[in-house]
Design a protein around this ligand. Sequence first.
Ligand SMILES: Cc1cc2nc3c(=O)[nH]c(=O)nc-3n(C[C@H](O)[C@H](O)[C@H](O)COP(=O)(O)OP(=O)(O)OC[C@H]3O[C@@H](n4cnc5c(N)ncnc54)[C@H](O)[C@@H]3O)c2cc1C
Ligand code: SF4
Length: 327
Amino acid sequence: MSLPEFKLLRPRTVAEAIELLTKHAPDVQVIAGGTDLIPSLRQKLFAPRYVLDLRGLRELRGIRPQAGNGAEIGALTTLTEIERSDFLRQHYPVLAEAAATVASPILRNMGTLGGNICLDTRCLWYNQSLTWRKGCGFCIKKDGNICHVAPGGDTCWAVFSGDTPPALLCLEAEIEIAGAAGTRRLPLRDFYTGVGDNYRKLEKNELVTRILLPQSSADWRGAYRKLRIRGSIDYPLAGVAVVLRRSNGHVEDARIALTAVNAAPVLVKGIREVFSGQALDETVAEKAAELAARTAKPLTTSALTPEYRREMIRVFTRRALMQAFNP
Ligand SMILES: Cc1cc2nc3c(=O)[nH]c(=O)nc-3n(C[C@H](O)[C@H](O)[C@H](O)COP(=O)(O)OP(=O)(O)OC[C@H]3O[C@@H](n4cnc5c(N)ncnc54)[C@H](O)[C@@H]3O)c2cc1C
Ligand code: SF4
């Protein structure tokens, strides 16, 4: 499958990038590592006149601990850098663990944290060639007006399948967004819409520039579990991130977030109340796992049955909790 023709724009600063995006919006697409965008361009899911390459923006690379005030990660930092960072492994282990499960080592060398956060939602009826999609009469997310997953409705349920966002949600991360009016900060939990064909709150002339990890989430224990068909490379079909703070053999606080089972990565509500200072045993873990399974709304957007994927959310939640509590 060939790439569509486009003109490549290569800014050197964020200001220049925003200027170019503003000038060429809406006919422009941003590329970071390109590990998701390039296959999508080949499948003709996008045919922009301009592609804006972020890789010249050196200011958006790197992990910077902020002396007693958390850490700042540039959006262009690769997943390999996240996975191998001694600082993140020590203080924000759930993020390093989730990054290490993305795709394969080669894709992690190219793929960026910003690209993982901004990842397009996926569906068996969408991530296909133009010929394949045409044969099925297209769908709401691209070129059509029906949904093959939920026929009769007018909503797209394509699933968010990034591995690091659930870890970042557990860490209460914020993102910095740069646009024509300057920069703004947004809790990551407010970035996603939960709608498959319009999944993030980002204007065409805006960029995610930094990810901010708060000090209050440093040193929580964590674990990430994901279901996939090929353990060496695949997107998650269900994913669970868990963080908890342990004190005197009890869980002081805990957070759980899911991916690949909803149109957005989601935090599971009511987890703090489940623990409320108790020691973690199988019964308490099962209560939390039940809440997680009820939060998951898997549909036939992905391989494996929705029932199995929901059940694996329950199993992974229990296992991730036990691992984080007794590493
Ligand atoms: C075979 C295969 C397996 C994969 N498996 C996984 C997996 O297991 N888990 C997983 O999470 N991902 C997986 N991926 C997807 C991808 O490799 C990762 O999600 C990666 O982190 C994407 O980052 P990137 O820099 O390559 O993004 P790109 O492909 O460059 O961009 C992805 C999207 O984000 C937008 N974007 C990128 N950076 C920014 C920014 N700073 N501001 C605004 N918009 C931006 C782009 O416009 C595009 O819409 C897989 C891909 C392939 C090809
Ligand atoms: S959920 Fe429906 S509309 Fe969305 S990509 Fe899949 S088939 Fe298309």
